[in-house]
Design a protein around this ligand. Structure first.
Ligand code: FE2
Ligand code: FE2
Length: 217
């Protein structure tokens, strides 16, 4: 998946030009950018907790709840494949290259984060394949111990990888955005972020769910 750069229209809605102007005119702080990225982390952590419960339910609730549990697993997967993947692409394509250039000492840790992203993508694909097999086998899947165990193990790996990654990122590169970038660099970075599909998703979500009238973007 790649970052969608929006020049004038997206999903039939013109937003980019005025939004970019707003981003440039407003005096953005590093905290504003971290707030946006942190919202996605918070949503991901909520989904990860839910995912852990779904994996347990799939294992222990048996036939009566099989259909519901498979659907729940698919819903979480959809979040990982869409919203979270957009966030990862924003980091791969914009945030990490920007920080590597402007705060070179972060390069080693950012290299680890790129590897985390690749590991996440690989595990996610594996989990998707297994879940498709479970869905196709329907209730008979519950008798296939190897398949169900594989699904649970792959899901558990995803949970571990993501939790560690999100925490490490917040404590290192996100903190550096707030503390180490100059105000002109913040403005420059914010402008680049405003062109991504991840930004659009975040903004839509926040407008829908937040009572905060003073949105930073
Ligand atoms: Fe990341
Ligand atoms: Fe992140």
């Amino acid at each position: 998946m790649s970052v969608t750069y929006v020049t004038d229209r997206c999903d039939g809605v013109e937003y980019d030009t005025s939004l970019k102007t707003t981003m440039v005119q407003k005096k953005l702080t590093g905290r504003d950018i971290v707030r946006m990225l942190g919202t996605c982390h918070a949503r991901a952590l909520g989904q990860i907790d839910h995912f852990g419960k779904v994996l347990n339910h799939l294992r222990f609730e048996g036939i009566p709840k099989f259909g519901k549990n498979v659907k729940d697993a698919n819903d979480v997967l959809e979040f990982f494949e869409q919203e979270l993947s957009e966030h990862l692409e924003l980091e791969n394509q914009i945030l990490f290259p920007y920080l590597e250039t402007h705060i070179p000492r972060l390069e080693p840790v950012i290299r680890l984060f790129y590897a985390d992203h690749a590991g996440f993508k690989e595990n996610l694909g594996h989990f998707r394949t297994l879940l498709r097999k479970v869905s196709a086998a329907k209730r008979k899947a519950l008798k296939n111990t190897e398949l169900m165990e594989n699904l649970r193990e792959t899901g558990t790996c995803l949970i571990y990888l993501l939790k560690r990654h999100l925490q490490a990122e917040s404590a290192s590169v996100y903190r550096a955005i707030e503390k180490e970038l100059r105000s002109d660099e913040i403005k420059d970075l914010a402008k680049k972020i405003a062109s991504t599909s991840a930004f659009k998703s975040w903004r839509t979500h926040l407008k829908k769910n937040s009572s905060d009238k003073d949105l930073p973007f």
